[in-house]
Design a protein around this ligand. Structure first.
Ligand SMILES: Cc1cc2nc3c(=O)[nH]c(=O)nc-3n(C[C@H](O)[C@H](O)[C@H](O)COP(=O)(O)O)c2cc1C
Length: 358
C-alpha cells in the first residue's frame, strides 16, 4: 500500500512524499512590476520547511496584460528571474521540489491592463465582449508561455505547470462555450486542446526531456469523458503530470456528493474528478486531485486507497503552514474554516484561526 510519506519520481524529479502545495495566488504580495517579494519567498519557505513534498508556485503571468489582477507575479521579463531564484532556493534548501504555474487569464484578464482577448468574441466576466485572437496572436501567446518556461528553468524550477482550468485562457480554448472557433483551434476536442498541447511540445523542445511539465487541467469539460480526451492530447504532447480541478462547463449528473457519501468516500466531487482521471491514466501519468482536502484523514484515504498519486493541498496549508506535518507525522494542526478572505482577497471577512502562523 502506498503511504503519504512515500516518495515518487515524476520525470526526473524526486518528490519526497505525496503532498503537493496547490498553486494559490497571494493577492497582496506582488507589486505592479510582477516581481517576487520577500513575502513570497518566506511564504513558500515556510511551507517547504514544514514538509510539502512538491510546491506548485502560484499562477504567474506570462504577459503583463494576461494578469487577472493589477498586482500579480510574472515571468514575462528576464528582470523577474532573480526573484524566482530565491523562491527556488528556499524550497530546495528545505527538501521540496518546486514547479511554477504559468498563466494567461484571456477573457478574464483585468481590462484595465489592455484589450481583453480570447479564443472567441464571447463576453468577459464584466459582460464586455472580448476580441477573438488571430492565428498569429495565438502563436505569439504560445511563445510567451514558452519564454516564461525558459525563464523558469533558468531560475532553477524543477518544472512548470500550465494553468489549464478555472476559466483562464488555456481552459477557454478547451471549453465549447468560450471557444467557438471554426479553424484548427476550435471544434472537436483535439482542436480545442491544440492551444495547450502545442505549448507543451514547444516547452519540451526548448527546456529538454528532463524538465517536468505538468498541466492543471479541467476534470470536467463539459463531462469527464471529454475532459479525459482533452487531457490525452496534453499527454501525447509530452505532459508528465496531471493535476485535476474544475473547468468552465459542468454537465455531468453522475457526480454527486450523496453518492460519494453512500460509498463512504470522505472527499468531494471535485476530488472525484482526479480519482476518475487516475483510474484512466494509472501507470502512465501521475494524477493529483484537489479541493477540500483539509484533514489528514482525507489525504491519507486518497493515497492509501490508490485513488490518486498525489494530493494538492490549498487552503489547508494556507491556514496552517505545518498542515503537511499533521498528515505525515500526526502532529496537531489548525483547521481551515473556509472563510472567503483567502480565496477572494482583502476586503472579505475572515476568521482564519491560524493567521498568526502565516
Ligand atoms: C487564495 C487562493 C488562491 C488561489 N490561486 C490559485 C492559483 O494561482 N492557481 C490555481 O490553479 N488555483 C488557485 N486556487 C485554487 C486552489 O489551488 C484550489 O484548487 C482550491 O483552493 C481548492 O482546494 P482547497 O480546498 O485545498 O483550498 C486558489 C485558491 C485560493 C484559496
Amino acid at each position: 500500500m502506498t503511504r503519504v510519506n512515500d516518495g515518487i519520481t515524476i520525470n526526473k524529479t524526486y518528490i519526497k512524499n505525496r503532498l503537493t502545495m496547490a498553486p494559490t495566488v497571494k493577492f497582496d504580495y506582488a507589486g505592479p512590476d510582477g516581481k517576487v517579494t520577500d513575502k513570497h519567498v518566506e511564504h513558500y519557505r515556510k511551507r517547504a520547511e514544514h514538509g510539502c513534498g512538491l510546491i506548485c508556485v502560484e499562477a504567474t503571468a506570462v504577459t503583463p496584460g494576461g494578469r487577472f489582477g493589477r498586482n500579480h507575479m510574472g515571468l514575462w521579463d528576464d528582470e523577474q528571474i532573480e526573484g524566482h531564484k530565491r523562491i527556488v532556493e528556499a524550497c530546495h534548501d528545505n527538501g521540496a521540489a518546486v514547479i511554477i504555474q504559468l498563466n494567461h487569464a484571456g477573457i478574464n484578464a483585468n481590462p484595465e491592463l489592455g484589450e481583453t482577448v480570447g479564443p472567441s468574441a464571447v463576453p468577459t466576466r464584466d459582460g464586455e465582449p472580448a476580441r477573438e485572437l488571430t492565428i498569429d496572436e495565438i502563436y505569439d501567446l504560445q511563445d510567451k508561455f514558452v519564454s516564461a518556461a525558459v525563464r523558469a528553468k533558468e531560475a532553477g524550477y524543477d518544472g512548470v505547470q500550465l494553468h489549464g482550468c478555472h476559466s483562464y485562457l488555456i481552459n477557454q480554448f478547451m471549453s465549447k462555450t468560450t471557444n467557438q472557433r471554426t479553424d484548427e483551434y476550435g471544434g472537436g476536442y483535439e482542436n480545442r486542446a491544440r492551444f495547450g498541447a502545442e505549448i507543451i511540445s514547444k516547452i519540451r523542445k526548448e527546456c529538454g526531456d528532463d524538465f517536468l511539465i505538468s498541466i492543471r487541467t479541467a476534470g470536467i469539460e463539459p463531462d469527464v469523458t471529454t475532459a479525459i480526451s482533452l487531457a490525452e492530447e496534453f499527454v501525447k504532447a509530452g505532459c508528465d503530470y496531471l493535476q485535476v480541478s474544475t473547468g468552465i462547463d459542468w454537465e455531468d449528473d453522475s457526480l454527486s456528493e450523496e453518492e460519494l457519501k453512500k460509498q463512504g468516500r470522505p472527499y468531494n466531487t471535485v476530488c472525484e474528478l482526479g480519482v476518475r482521471f487516475h483510474e484512466h491514466f494509472k501507470g502512465r501519468v501521475p494524477v493529483s486531485c484537489v479541493n477540500g482536502i483539509n484533514t489528514p484523514e482525507i489525504a491519507r484515504y486518497l493515497i492509501e486507497n490508490d485513488l490518486v498519486d498525489t494530493v494538492d493541498l490549498g487552503r489547508a496549508v494556507l491556514a496552517d503552514p505545518a498542515f503537511c506535518e499533521a498528515v505525515l507525522e500526526d502532529k496537531p494542526y489548525v483547521k481551515c474554516l473556509g472563510c472567503p478572505r483567502c480565496q477572494y482577497g482583502p476586503g472579505m471577512p475572515h476568521k482564519c484561526p491560524a493567521k498568526q502562523k502565516q
